[in-house]
Design a protein around this ligand. Structure first.
Ligand code: FE2
Length: 425
């Protein structure tokens, strides 16, 4: 047996020798403990099927043969077809197998019988690691991605589902795929960058030799593959364990926040400023009676519509007309600022807008993908606010501040309170 990647001994750490007695029990134990087992000496399709049948009830797949095993190779017929990247020689992004199914298969066995001369390395990441990192660094992203309608996993007969689903036993399952068959809610779209960053940071590469493979808990691990040249052949089997066994993963608890408030109203209080990221000014505390978050398309014309939405919301919440007017101005300025100065971010990404109200005070927060420089009010009276990062007006009417989030995003906030003294202009 040889180790897998130069960077890790992932293969060795999870290896079970199938020739030893009790191997099937050790496989079950490895799956329960870590959700991943590596194996070898499965050099033919029939050996792959034989091992699969020992550990799972094999389920058929759209592309599988009559025996339930799918040959994974570059067919030359599936380029550019969403959902068929596995049958090309291109990169296969990290994903859950069967993400569009109500219940994706619990287990996936992938065995390589013919490694590619160049590339074709397996990519694996433990969903528990992503979950822990997001919960520690960005619980707002966690809250959004755990929402029941975070994503629509297509094609057309797909389902709405969260990325992280907590089950009755307290364990968490991950479901993720990023291709043309998935549609994300605007809020989830806003936070995918954080998820993807955590996934890429923690992914491990596995170079399988002929006969080597991995068996993973498909509700816990994401898998993918690098692009390759030349001939490469793998066999895949999907199924569910013969005996009920602990699956998914137990979550880890942490307590720091990083992002804007994105949990929908009502909630008891708005989140506090991060204790780990220095802010130019400290964001005021606000016990939010109402809170609404939304994604705003990164388009100039979307700012006006967002401004009208803010005004409608605040008046409905009973905010005074003067405070509502100032808050809508703030929102427009911060959004315009984000539109002009932030990086484009993930294709299709939106700018996050959060509006919170409590006791007549209003907190507006805008999150963008960050960019060069930092927001600065220049103290100008120039009406061309774009050239002062649009903040002079905000500066003159109330309080504002910003902070850089751990994922590089920029959060700017502005605050309106009836009791605040307005500077004379
Ligand atoms: Fe897959």
């Amino acid at each position: 047996m040889s180790a897998a990647s130069p960077a890790t001994d992932l293969f060795a750490r999870h290896y079970v020798d199938l020739q030893l007695s009790g191997a099937v029990g050790r496989v079950a134990g490895g799956l329960s403990a870590a959700g991943l087992v590596t194996v070898d000496r499965l050099t033919t399709r029939s050996r792959v099927l034989g091992f699969a049948a020992q550990v799972m009830r094999v389920v058929h797949h759209r592309d599988s043969g009559a025996d339930g095993v799918t040959a994974i190779y570059n067919t030359g017929r599936h380029d550019e077809r969403p959902g068929f990247a596995g049958l090309t020689n291109g990169e296969l992004a990290l994903h859950t197998e069967g993400a569009a199914l109500q219940s994706p298969p619990r287990l996936m066995l992938m065995v390589c019988t013919q490694p590619a001369p160049e590339g074709g390395h397996s990519l694996l990441v433990d969903g528990r690691t992503i979950h822990a990192e997001l919960e520690q660094r960005c619980p707002d992203a966690m809250a959004v991605l755990s929402g029941p309608r975070a994503g629509f996993f297509g094609p057309s007969a797909g389902i709405f589902a969260p990325v992280f689903a907590r089950h009755e036993d307290g364990r968490v399952a991950v479901r993720y795929r990023q291709n043309g068959l998935v549609r994300w809610s605007p809020l989830a779209q806003m936070h995918l960058h954080s998820f993807w960053t955590a996934a890429k940071r923690n992914q491990q590469m596995l170079t399988l030799e002929a006969g080597q493979g991995y068996l993973l808990d498909n509700h816990r691990w994401l898998h993918g593959r690098t692009a390759f040249d030349g001939a490469r052949r793998c066999y895949r089997a999907l199924g569910n364990p013969h005996e009920p066994a602990p699956s998914r993963f137990p979550p880890q608890k942490h307590g720091r926040g990083c992002g804007m408030s994105v949990v929908t109203a009502p909630r008891a209080s708005a989140p506090q400023a991060s204790q780990t990221v220095p802010a130019l000014r400290k964001r005021p505390r606000l016990r939010a009676k109402h809170l609404q978050a939304m994604g705003v398309p990164r388009q100039r014309e979307a700012v006006s519509e967002a401004r009208r939405t803010v005004r409608r919301l605040l008046l409905r919440w009973g905010v005074g007309p003067q405070e509502a007017f100032e808050a809508e101005l703030f929102a427009a300025e911060l959004l315009t600022n984000a539109y002009h100065h932030s990086r484009a971010g993930t294709p299709g990404a939106e700018i996050g807008l959060c509006i919170a109200e409590g006791g007549g005070a209003v907190l507006i927060e805008v999150e963008d993908a960050g960019g060069e420089g930092r927001p600065t009010a220049r103290g100008q009276t120039d009406e061309d606010a774009e050239h002062g990062r649009g903040l002079d007006l905000v500066e003159s009417l109330g309080r504002w501040g910003w902070r850089t989030l751990p994922d590089g995003h920029l959060s700017t906030w502005a605050y309106v309170h009836p009791a605040l003294q307005r500077p004379t202009r």
